[in-house]
Design a protein around this ligand. Structure first.
Ligand code: PLP
Length: 439
């Protein structure tokens, strides 16, 4: 019996008791390789001594001070650190406690920006199908996952969705990557024209799609066209890097590889590496300028924003990533992970696609490789793989859902940045066995 309302009332969960490096051990003594960092959270693995000691040090000085009264040394240091490594022009960071809160703050900041500059008629967001931005009402409203939205639909602000980059299913056989990206950009522009550019606040997208269909990267040039379209119509570009950001794809921010700077960027998960709940919104100076010369405040706030212990954890995570050159390891091991996945699943009859970037990669499962037909959703292939993987001591992140009539089963891998080739061999071997046990 449990008094805790778990995510599922039907499932029983092993009790995680301890962690070390990329491993978690449960109270039964079973060991699991954490190959998805939970949900792309643990970027340094578990119980990293440098992060623990930074948190301990902060706790011995001050555990909490409300940001309505004080700032703290550690929040200022983390802010400076994040801004120093942010894309040029992003001059401030707003701290929150996680990804959904970051999205709520970004959506409100975007709306307030237009109120400040005298365009209050802008009241709509365009987002993408096959996307996930969090589970709070604002984040659900912009997210494109129908299953997650369905029963809450009456509570959600109307949002308009365009197609995400999803080459495996959507790119036409006669289309080049560049043509495909252009077609997606034109769909966005057509939506803007239909709604009226002067009514739109922003376009929000995960730079690399994560929790809905697994590691969906965009065709080269797509984001530069999106940036140009947004600029032409005075629309803000909001990039959600809660899952794909903070080093996971091999650069600190995934948008660096796309050659664009957003107006607002949400970060979380790897920002604190799981050591404390923390997220943030990186804000372009043009928005800060509008606030500064207007009302002078961002009308928002939560009790725990800028929590000193969470800031200490996040600052230590950033420092370790740089000191230990971990982004280089993300790129190196990312290449190795692709090779191993190709070797194990490249000819697998039920793996249709292998995709992703850095240590953010996924496989898509199909009933039939040549027709790309998906498995019957009732089989819940992804959920079965999760169970089989856990039985083999592997934590991976399987997803399934029906979006615009297409069902999909995917498994996302997002191992910690400290992973070695031997770790990757073990991860791919266990995943292969789990997949073969199900399909
Ligand atoms: N945005 C993206 C892209 C995510 O993947 C997630 C969580 O998976 C969120 C937002 C929400 O973050 P959180 O679960 O920390 O609220």
């Amino acid at each position: 019996m449990t008094s805790v309302l778990h995510r599922s009332l039907k499932a029983t969960y092993p009790r995680a008791a301890s962690g070390h490096g990329i491993h978690i051990r449960d109270t039964q003594g079973r060991d699991y390789i954490d190959a998805s960092g939970g949900a792309a959270v643990s970027c340094l693995g578990h119980m990293h001594p440098d992060v623990l000691s930074a948190m301990r040090k902060q706790l011995e000085q001050l555990e909490y001070a409300h940001t309505g009264f004080f700032t703290t040394e550690v929040a200022e240091q983390l802010g400076d650190d994040l801004v120093a490594h942010a894309p040029e022009g992003m001059s401030h960071v707003y701290f929150v406690s996680g990804g959904s809160e970051a999205i709520e703050a970004a959506l409100k900041m975007a709306r307030q920006y237009f109120v400040e500059i005298g365009q209050p008629q802008r009241a709509r967001f365009i987002a993408r199908k096959q996307s996930y931005h969090g589970n709070t009402l604002g984040a659900l409203a912009v997210g494109g996952n129908e299953w997650r939205r369905a029963q809450f639909e009456p509570l959600l602000v109307k949002t308009h969705h365009v197609s995400p980059p999803y080459a495996y299913r959507d790119r036409r056989a006669d289309e080049s990557d560049a043509e495909y990206g252009e077609r997606l950009a034109q769909e966005l522009e057509a939506m803007i024209a239909e709604l009226g550019p002067e009514t739109i606040i922003g376009f929000i997208a995960e730079t690399v799609g994560g929790a809905t269909a697994g590691a969906l990267t965009a065709p080269e040039g797509y984001y530069r066209r999106v940036r140009e379209i947004c600029d032409r119509h005075g629309i803000l570009l909001i990039l959600d890097e809660v899952m794909c950001g903070m080093g996971r794809t091999g650069t600190l921010h995934a948008c660096e590889q796309e050659g664009v700077t957003p107006d607002l960027m949400t970060i979380a998960k790897g920002m604190g590496g799981g050591y404390a709940p923390i997220g943030g919104v990186l804000v372009h100076e043009k928005i800060i300028d509008a606030f500064a010369s207007g009302s002078g405040l961002f009308q928002h706030g939560h009790t725990y924003l800028g929590h000193p212990v969470a800031c200490a954890a996040s600052l230590a995570v950033q420092q370790v990533i740089r000191r230990d050159n971990l982004l280089e390891n993300v790129r190196k091991q990312g290449t190795y992970l692709t090779q191993r996945l190709e070797a194990r699943f490249g000819n697998h009859p039920h793996v249709g696609d292998i995709r992703g970037r850095g240590l953010f990669q996924a496989i898509e499962l199909v009933a039939d490789r040549s027709s790309k037909e998906t498995f019957d959703p009732a089989r819940k292939v992804h959920a079965q793989i999760k169970q089989e993987a856990m039985a083999r001591g592997l934590i991976c992140y399987p997803m399934g859902g029906t979006i615009d009539g297409i069902h999909g089963d995917h498994v996302l891998l997002a191992p910690p940045f400290i992973v070695t080739e031997a770790d990757i061999d073990a991860i791919v071997e266990r995943l292969g066995d789990a997949v073969d046990a199900v399909v």
